[in-house]
Design a protein around this ligand. Structure first.
Ligand SMILES: NC(=O)c1ccc[n+]([C@@H]2O[C@H](COP(=O)([O-])OP(=O)(O)OC[C@H]3O[C@@H](n4cnc5c(N)ncnc54)[C@H](O)[C@@H]3O)[C@@H](O)[C@H]2O)c1
Length: 302
């Protein structure tokens, strides 16, 4: 089975380097027309130049592909709307959106300035919100869309010094959960990708032999599977160094306490039963929690 993207139009944000560049190159190689978006910012989000995006566009064109550059900051909704309008004027549709642009401002929470928290939220979360909001009417109208949120193990599982980044990355999973439900009837499928790769973001984290093993290109198959015609929806795929995993947000079966026993002391005692993951489920929507709880309450009356 070949995953073919001929005729598809893809927007990859933050595609001037690192993972985004690999996503853009591979989508173009497989026939997609690609908008290479990048502000050309430093790792902490400072500065900016359209040069990084232009260079990747040139690479794609040199290889015979079709691409245009956008230096829009994903934090600027008007600029994002312009990018979508230009895409529609040029190619008439947008099939794929990869929300990949990102920055880091790591510090322990005690030392973190609120400004660093807000800026990281602004780029990762609001940047993705802006891009989704701008493509949503296009995708609903054409009844087709594939959106990827680039999340992170820092958000899913936590990482010292990354409270701002982790909060933003987990917020993207929340955005995915609802957009995948709202997009379903328009065949808009929304997924999350948690990569591990050697880029300027991680170069100080790993020793050289690990960096050598963590080629950004090794993450690309996960992006392709999440954006192809037969993509799943509401999945969190993890990828790095050739390894692939799925992360799930589960709900345990838990317990039910009758009113007379519904005390903090009882709950504290039964906490291991509440936490027991045997028979846990991955709910299809937030409604499942209330249904499970009401089910237990009503079943107890029978
Ligand atoms: N490298 C990893 O191991 C790893 C792990 C988890 C998540 N991620 C995520 O993957 C994505 C890509 O990161 P990377 O590792 O390739 O790092 P990177 O720094 O090479 O790529 C990020 C790109 O985003 C661009 N960018 C920053 N702010 C922007 C803005 N406001 N508008 C448009 N573009 C902007 C930067 O110029 C840069 O080219 C990020 O979202 C990152 O958080 C990476």
């Amino acid at each position: 089975m070949t995953l073919d993207f001929t005729g598809r139009v893809a927007i990859v944000t933050g595609a001037g380097g690192g993972l985004g560049r690999e996503h853009a190159l591979e989508l173009a190689k497989r026939g997609a027309k690609v908008v290479v978006n990048d502000l050309g910012a430093a790792r902490d989000g400072s500065g900016g130049s359209g040069f990084a995006a232009e260079a990747v566009v040139q690479e794609i064109r040199n290889a015979g592909g079709d691409a245009i550059a956008s230096a829009a900051s994903v934090t600027d909704f008007a600029a994002v709307e312009d990018m979508i309008s230009t895409t529609i004027r040029t190619w008439g549709r947008v099939d794929i959106l990869i929300n990949n642009a990102g920055i880091l401002r790591d510090k322990s929470f005690a030392k973190m300035e609120l400004d660093d928290f807000r800026t990281v939220m602004e780029v990762h979360l609001m940047g993705a919100v802006h891009c989704c909001k701008a493509v949503w009417p296009v995708m609903t109208e054409q009844k087709y869309g594939r959106i990827v949120m680039t999340t992170s193990s820092s958000g899913l599982f936590g990482n010292f010094g990354q409270s701002n980044y982790g909060a933003a990355k987990m917020a993207l999973v929340g955005l995915m959960q609802t957009l995948s439900l709202e997009g379903a009837k328009y065949d808009i499928r929304v997924n999350s990708l948690a990569p591990t790769a050697a880029t300027r973001m991680t170069e100080a984290l790993f020793p050289p032999e690990f960096l050598q093993a963590l080629q950004p290109a090794d993450v690309v198959p996960a992006m392709l599977v999440l954006t192809c015609e037969h993509a799943p929806t509401r999945q969190i795929l993890c990828a790095g160094a050739g390894g692939f995993e799925a992360a799930h947000i589960c709900l345990t079966q838990g317990i039910w306490l009758p009113q007379a026993e519904n005390t903090a002391e009882q709950l504290a005692q039964r906490l291991p039963d509440v936490q027991d993951r045997t028979q846990s489920v991955v709910p299809e929507s937030g409604l499942a929690q209330g249904q499970l709880e009401l089910g237990k309450a009503f079943n107890s009356r029978k």
